[in-house]
Design a protein. Structure first.
Length: 741
């Protein structure tokens, strides 16, 4: 039964409506529905005020749960086993109250506040079908408690780019939706699990963070050796701080490998945030393999409670109920809405969230407003989705007050893909001068080379790094070269702890001047601080050649490092699909240039690459056209866009390797744990990602143990080599063989 109270003004009995319950049957501590709607409306408004949409967000907060004013829903709260659609009521009411533009904006956000943003569809499907429903329970009692604002209070101040009106409005709907679902989640959490809510928000202010950073840099600079490279790094740092006083916009930061761009870009972000009253800093990295080391740098300087590291290996779907009062729970909660001062995440997590329709992924998006967003290694923006990604970044700058920094040594040629009003401004005074100052290598093209000739050349060097395009090529070269003394193999088939141990051993040998030959896949190009006098690189894109060159004579100890580029004649050494096109364009660019690493050569390379991909290849799933097709009707395919925007096309499985005693101990604890998710971070260093077909083969051969519903353990140590990592069980003819791929 509904709880009743007597109105002293009207002297009549009025029903009390509730949003959330407790175990108390007398309802004395249940949450009144009016309180929930008001709380959500006010919190949504506070979030959306940052992009001048507070009144719209306030109205969406009031509308979102109007369906709970039905007697049917109240009976459901009391325990009745009935299904009640409570999300459509607010959308239907908005349709009655407001003209088409506002009514559809509210319809998307309100109807999807649980299940996700819908395709508009038609009267037979999607949002169109929801709006035509005629069998909703009566929710009219809301008028006794709630007053929906008049449309005259709404103000839509969007400035669309030419021919992108649909994208602009759909992006706005997604941001408004983000405000609503985060506010709804936070108010519900505060009522139902206040112990969780109390953990949130315990971060230092940016005034404190700036002081911590300044003190770290003071000590670092006082301890630094006075040499030419360090003086150049100091100039880069100072120019970043100087440029930070500029207003929010899109920037490029073109700094050579070894120029200290990680700390310099953070210096810019901290100072820029202070000068422009911004709110957060996002550091977006293309590789999960280096996100941990960058996040650790920032945690060591700014404190672990102020830095969130968020990627696929730290994205728990289950919510443990223990450890509520420590930093681990605060970190986990912050993955839900990115409310920490510093967020370090990946391209995949960042961009897939921006194009998602799901409540859980969209919830955090409003916190990108008025933020500094640094895209490290910006040349690694996903090419097949480059136009949608640039459109999203441009929206954040133009309509949401954010600053975007494209940070790399090999700046992609993006000007032609951006509107003239959003052309990036370079932070460095003279990138060309910096390039000359940091030039430490020469590059020579060897042409086509067989493995026999290549291994002969590698044996001539006591210390040499060879980077190839395929794992099989790396394995074959390693097997042959291993006979010649200290030789190491590096690839993603090795778990991170294994790789780190190998790299540490390699660094020691290099420091001692001992023999050291390394065969690696391109993972070593991803931020690994290592210094060889000679590097060989299989033909690839100019940006990757430049990254490889960054592992050669890195500290400038030799007068000149040597980088040799070659084209493998072996079938297993050739790049495939997209990487093959990259290699072809790289080879053509190399032939036209006297200096393959110069800024002009890099620009030429990207211009040619994007030209080859221009005809649909920079938006392979036609995401931008799909958002414009019916934009005049505000008929957007939110579900379709979310399904098609997938940077990693084929999902991988994380396989846990019992690599050492520490891993074995964690796995034992995992097997016995009531809350296995607490071991996620500890296990990160012992996982190898494999594709589904390989995983299924391991399962069929009973070589994988499952713990809980997600943790997969390799149960055969014969399948993991201390030299080359995970072996792939393949059947060739009638024989079983173990091959690296």
């Amino acid at each position: 039964m509904l709880r009743l109270f007597e109105s002293p003004k009207f002297k009549r009995t009025i029903a009390m409506f509730y949003a959330h319950t407790t175990k108390n049957p007398d309802k004395s501590d249940w949450q009144p529905l009016k309180d929930h709607l008001t709380n959500v409306a006010e919190l949504s408004q506070r979030f959306a005020d940052d992009f001048n949409a507070g009144e719209l967000a306030y109205a969406s907060g009031l509308l979102h749960d109007l369906g709970k004013y039905s007697s049917e829903f109240q009976r459901r709260l009391e325990g009745a086993n009935i299904h009640v659609d409570h999300s459509t009521a607010g959308a239907k009411e908005a349709e009655k109250l407001f003209p088409d533009l506002y009514s559809l904006i509210f319809a998307y956000t309100v109807s999807g506040h649980h299940g996700g943003l819908l395709n508009y569809g038609s009267s037979e499907s999607g949002l169109g079908e929801r709006l035509h429903k005629s069998d909703l329970p009566d929710y009219s009692p809301y008028r006794n408690e709630i007053t929906i604002p008049d449309q005259n209070s709404f103000h839509l101040s969007l400035k669309p780019f030419p021919k992108k009106t649909g994208f602009c409005i759909s992006f706005f709907i997604r941001m408004l939706y983000s405000c609503l679902v985060d506010a709804d989640s936070l108010d519900t959490e505060e009522f139902t699990t206040p112990e969780k809510s109390s953990v949130r928000g315990r971060y230092d202010s940016f005034d404190v963070l700036n002081k911590k950073f300044d003190e770290h840099m003071r000590i670092k600079n006082s301890d630094a050796e006075d040499n030419r490279i360090n003086r150049e790094r100091k100039q880069i740092f100072d120019q970043c701080v100087e440029a930070a006083s500029l207003p929010p916009q899109m920037f490029t930061l073109t700094v050579p490998t070894g120029g200290g761009k990680t700390l310099s870009s953070m210096a810019f972000a901290l100072e820029h945030l202070k000068k422009n009253d911004l709110k957060r800093i996002f550091y977006v990295i293309p590789y999960t393999s280096i996100i941990e080391q960058n996040a650790k740098v920032f945690r060591d300087i700014l404190g672990s409670r102020n830095v969130l590291e968020h990627h696929s290996n730290f994205d728990p779907e289950k919510k443990d109920t223990e450890d509520m009062n420590n930093g681990v729970e605060a970190l986990r909660l912050s993955t839900e809405n990115w409310d920490m001062p510093i967020v370090v995440t990946t391209n995949v997590q960042f961009f897939e969230s921006l194009f998602s329709n799901k409540r859980s992924r969209c919830r955090k998006l409003h916190n990108l407003t008025k933020s500094v967003i640094i895209l490290d290694e910006a040349q690694m923006l996903p090419t097949g989705y480059l136009k949608p990604c640039l459109a999203a970044l441009s929206e954040l700058v133009r309509n949401y007050g954010s600053t975007v920094i494209l940070c790399t040594a090999t700046q992609p040629k993006l000007n032609d893909l951006l509107d003239e009003s959003i052309q990036p401004r370079e932070i460095m005074h003279s990138p060309q001068s910096l390039y000359e100052s940091f030039r430490r290598v020469t590059v020579q093209d060897l042409g086509s080379v067989s493995d026999v000739d290549l291994t002969a050349k590698l044996r001539e060097h006591r210390q040499v790094l060879c980077i190839v395009n395929t794992r099989k090529h790396a394995k074959n070269l390693f097997d042959e070269l291993e006979k010649s003394g200290n030789c190491y193999h590096l690839s993603a088939r090795m778990c991170p702890v294994h790789r780190r141990e190998q790299i540490a051993e390699i660094k020691n040998l290099l420091k001692e001047g001992a023999d050291c030959r390394v065969i690696s896949t391109q993972l070593i190009e991803a931020g690994v601080d290592i210094d060889f006098p000679v590097v060989y690189r299989a033909m690839t894109g100019i940006d990757s050649i430049a990254q490889a060159a960054g592992r050669c004579n890195r500290e400038g100890k030799a007068r000149e490092g040597k980088v040799f580029v070659f084209k493998s004649t072996e079938s297993y050494g050739k790049a495939t699909s997209w990487q093959n096109l990259v290699a072809e364009v790289g080879e053509m660019t190399l032939c036209r240039s006297d200096d393959p690493l110069s800024l002009s050569t890099v620009a030429d390379y990207f211009q040619q690459l994007y030209r080859y991909k221009e005809d649909g290849g920079l938006d392979t799933k036609k995401i931008l056209p799909s958002l414009e097709e019916r934009s005049g009707e505000l008929a957007f395919p939110f579900e379709d866009v979310a399904d098609t925007f997938s940077i990693i096309e084929e999902g991988t499985k994380d396989l846990i390797i019992s690599y050492d005693n520490n891993a074995e101990s964690i796995i034992r604890n995992l097997r016995n744990a009531d809350f296995p998710w607490r071991y996620v971070r500890q296990l990160q260093g012992f996982t190898v990602s494999i594709y589904p077909n390989e995983f299924r083969e391991l399962e069929r051969s009973h070589l994988v143990d499952l713990i809980g519903d997600r943790f997969y353990i390799l149960n055969s140590q014969d399948l993991y080599s201390e030299k080359t990592g995970l072996l792939n069980r393949k059947h060739i003819g009638n024989e079983s063989a173990l091959l690296i791929v």
